[in-house]
Design a protein around this ligand. Structure first.
Ligand SMILES: [Zn+2]
Length: 319
């Protein structure tokens, strides 16, 4: 899948490779769903290919072959385990790479969601950044750049993926899917104009699930369905992972109501009847709920509490 909006970043990186000026560490930041990991992998590929020219990688050398097959041992990716990047993960990898680094071949470490490093992990990484081994490129990706230690940030070359316009995102999604215009627009709205997240929403039929959730919430207001029925249904369908989208819809509704933003939420026919303050509290609780989802807590119980809050927030002013 080609992501045309990454072209500029890639074009700026090629001369660094050609002139052997690849930095030791890159901090790649962008909002969620803009293709940070894809760009990190493209950069890794450029660093590792043996014959990069002005157009990019050669697709023919042994590094290109191994990367295509997905089993190049010189490319390592670190991801959070249970919402944390542990110090043992950083140590193991930096040790392995430092011990085996050579003068000839580039090795690349990609650390996804680098903000999930705890203090010990960050300190372990800092040691490597302070004395960077030769021919090693470390790429940190994050959408929460402010959560990284300043000492780490200052040792990285910062690269940002610029947001793209709604029309460009729409155009790209039209070329990648056969979805209806309205659905594409709605998916982009839910994902705050993030093309890759909108793509996954469209591919996974999330829009139908979200619409069904809105219906359930309306029925809950009207007392035509019980709280337990809704909570069971959402939990068994894994719909609680879509609650952030409900928060986006409600926020869009509030902005629309206050004339701040012209949204297409009206298309949902979401007859929200709620005081603004109650709605804001509910939205805040959705965010807290979603954060807790990363922890192994009793999801069903939390979900019931949240739905009870919705019922209370909305029942007083029902139309
Ligand atoms: Zn190559």
């Amino acid at each position: 899948m080609s992501l045309p909006w990454l072209k500029e970043n890639i074009e700026q990186f090629i001369p660094l490779v050609r002139e052997q000026r690849i930095p030791h560490a890159i901090l790649l930041s962008a909002p969620r769903g803009m293709g940070k990991v894809e760009l990190a992998k493209e950069m890794a590929h450029l660093a590792m290919c043996e014959n990069v020219d002005d157009e990019g990688v050669c697709f023919q050398c042994s590094a290109c072959e191994l990367l295509k097959a997905g089993n190049h041992t010189d490319l390592s990716v670190i991801k959070a385990e249970n919402a944390v990047i542990k110090v043992s993960q950083i140590r193991k990898l930096t040790n392995d790479v430092v011990l085996t680094s050579s003068k000839n071949q580039f090795k690349v470490i990609i650390i996804e969601e680098a903000e999930k490093m705890n203090l010990s992990s960050a300190n372990a990484l800092l040691k490597t950044l302070e004395e960077p081994p030769q021919k090693v490129l470390i790429i940190l990706t994050t959408n929460e750049v402010g959560q990284l230690l300043p000492t780490i940030r200052s040792r990285c070359v910062k690269i940002t993926i610029q947001p793209i316009s709604q029309s460009l995102a729409h155009q790209w999604l039209t070329s990648q899917t056969d979805c209806k215009e309205d659905d594409i627009a709605f998916a982009l709205f839910l994902s705050d104009n993030s093309p890759l997240q909108a793509y996954s929403i469209l591919q996974n039929n999330t829009l139908d699930d979200v619409r069904a959730m809105v219906k359930d919430m309306e029925n809950l207001q009207k007392n035509t369905i019980t709280l337990l029925e809704v909570s069971k249904k959402w939990f068994s369908n894994n719909w609680h992972h879509n609650l952030n989208f409900i928060a986006v819809i409600l926020l869009g509704y509030l902005s629309h109501k206050n004339g701040l933003r012209n949204t297409n939420t009206a298309k949902l026919d979401f007859s929200i009847a709620s005081e603004e303050s109650g709605l804001l509290v509910f939205i805040r609780n959705i965010h807290q709920f979603s954060k807790r989802l990363e922890l192994p807590l009793k999801v069903e119980l939390q979900l019931e509490k949240l739905l009870l809050m919705w019922k209370k927030a909305s029942s007083s002013t029902i139309r």
